[in-house]
Design a protein. Sequence first.
Length: 80
Amino acid sequence: MRWTIDPTHSHINLAVKHMAISTVRGAFEKFSGAIEEEGGKVKSVEVNVDVATVNTGAEQRDQHLRGDDFFGTDKFPEAH
């Protein structure tokens, strides 16, 4: 059976150590995906993330994350 991931009831979060002092937390606001299961066992998971929707609560940091130093969303708009 194939289950579609419901973005209203799901979240894709991130947490990254910054200079070994603090943890930066954020989320991706747009994504889609599905889980394929058979007999109660997960057979596959497929997720597509709109990387440009990264949100850490700091717009300047989010712009940096979208740039070529990190995600390069101009060239790579989605993560799979």
